[in-house]
Design a protein around this ligand. Structure first.
Ligand code: COS
Length: 385
């Protein structure tokens, strides 16, 4: 299939592929085993200008869009979703600054983020506010020239490793989700500490920690947008990042598919390579169809977002849901094609299957995505009436 990528887009994809093959593939099993953050790989990505891919040129980035970011994320995910999670979460954390920051805030933070000198994390989720993001309880109270933050964020990707945190907190409890606001909080601010690193099933190269705010004082200039805009900041951020999660599912599916094909050509049973059996061919055919369908959808949605379209909630929820469901199905079937070998750590597909699972859960579960799509269908039907 030809997706008519420009020369520049092909260069970005090829560079990401080269980094993935040369740096990520050799390191992934050990990073997974040791639960170790991929600092060396982040450094390589920074040296190759990949950390600033989506940041405008005036702030030191390459000024590229959603499609280019998806291409990079897909290639990294083909090698390791743990690594691609650290990379994609950096964009997720940066979007609130990019979309809602003042020029001054952008000048202060974006050049360092683009250079890969400072990583970013996005803090929305709490123990009692996962799917129900409007139920957050962390508060930010204005006292003189400072906001005072209190509360705990849970399961924050890049937590502890990042220097910059974009945090959603409640400034007016009486207003529900409309009483939330978004802030930038820097690592090292007194009253801001981290919980233990979580021990996860997959994406073990990424770090996941609690963010604990105990009378943490930040300058009032650190608010992003205005008071009461926090929920919108969060939703716009997620609308823009979810296609990238779909690209993670696509990438891990592609990686697992390639492993399954390679194995099926070598593995002999009943005197023949197992790829000669129709049962195996049909499984591989279904995997190939789903991968190509996911790629078509994800690239189309990314191009739609890059066109400046505003109504992106439904398409990005579709790209996230389909891409990550394909990621789970294809990695599971890759393990099945490879049988006992697929289940062993000598081959990468067992890790790919463990890694793929989170994609159906984070940045809004696929059940929540279907709710978002369902709500949009209802609205569209009402408009047509
Ligand atoms: N863009 C802009 N505004 C949006 C929006 C979007 N994508 N989605 C919702 N809103 C607005 C609504 O219009 C509504 O505004 P009003 O108060 O003016 O009516 C407000 O936000 C609340 O929306 P809604 O009533 O639909 O919210 P619910 O409490 O039913 O929650 C959400 C639904 C959107 C929170 C849920 O579908 C969701 O996405 N949950 C997953 C959260 C998530 O991704 N967590 C992962 C955390 S980060 S890894």
């Amino acid at each position: 299939m030809d997706y008519f990528l420009t020369e520049e887009q092909q260069m970005i994809r090829d560079l990401a592929r080269q980094i993935a093959e040369e740096k990520v593939v050799p390191a992934r099993a050990e990073l997974d085993e040791k639960n170790e953050y991929p600092w060396e790989i982040i450094k390589t990505l920074a040296q190759s200008d990949m950390m600033g891919l989506f940041i405008p040129e005036e702030y030191g980035g390459l000024g590229k869009g959603c499609l280019e970011l998806c291409l990079a994320v897909e290639e990294l995910s083909r090698a390791c979703v743990g690594v691609s999670t650290t990379y994609a979460a950096n964009a997720l954390g940066t979007y609130p600054i990019l979309f809602f920051g003042t020029d001054e805030q952008k000048k202060k933070y974006l050049p360092d983020i683009a250079a890969g000198k400072r990583l970013v994390a996005f803090g929305l989720t709490e123990a009692n506010a996962g799917s129900d993001a409007g139920g957050i309880q962390t508060t930010a109270k204005l006292e003189g020239n400072e906001y005072v933050l209190n509360g705990t964020k849970q399961w924050i990707t890049n937590g502890g490793e990042a220097e910059i945190y974009t945090i959603i907190a409640i400034t007016d409890k009486s207003k529900g989700p409309r009483g939330a606001s978004a802030f930038v909080v820097e690592k090292g601010t007194p009253g801001f500490t981290f919980g233990k690193k979580e021990n996860k099933m997959g994406i073990r190269a990424s770090s996941t920690r609690e963010l604990i705010f105990d009378n943490c004082r930040i300058p009032k200039e650190n608010i992003l947008g205005r008071e009461g805009m926090g929920f919108i900041v969060a939703m716009k951020t997620l609308d823009s990042s979810r296609t990238g999660v779909g690209a993670q599912g696509l990438g891990v599916a592609q990686g697992a598919f390639e492993e399954a094909v390679k194995f099926a050509r070598q593995r002999q049973q009943f005197g023949h390579p197992i790829i000669s059996f129709q049962a195996v061919q049909h499984m591989l055919a279904d995997m190939a169809i789903e991968i190509e369908a996911a790629r078509s959808l994800i690239y189309s949605v990314a191009r739609y977002i890059d066109s400046g379209a505003k109504d992106i909630s439904k398409p990005s929820a579709m790209a996230k849901t389909f891409g990550t469901d394909v990621g789970m199905r294809v990695t599971t079937n890759a393990v099945q094609v490879m049988g006992g070998s697929g289940y062993m750590k000598e081959y990468p597909v067992e890790k790919m299957m463990r890694d793929a699972k989170i994609l159906q859960i984070y940045e809004g579960t696929n059940q929540i995505q279907r709710n978002v799509i369902g709500q949009e269908i209802i609205k569209e039907a009402a408009r047509k009436k």
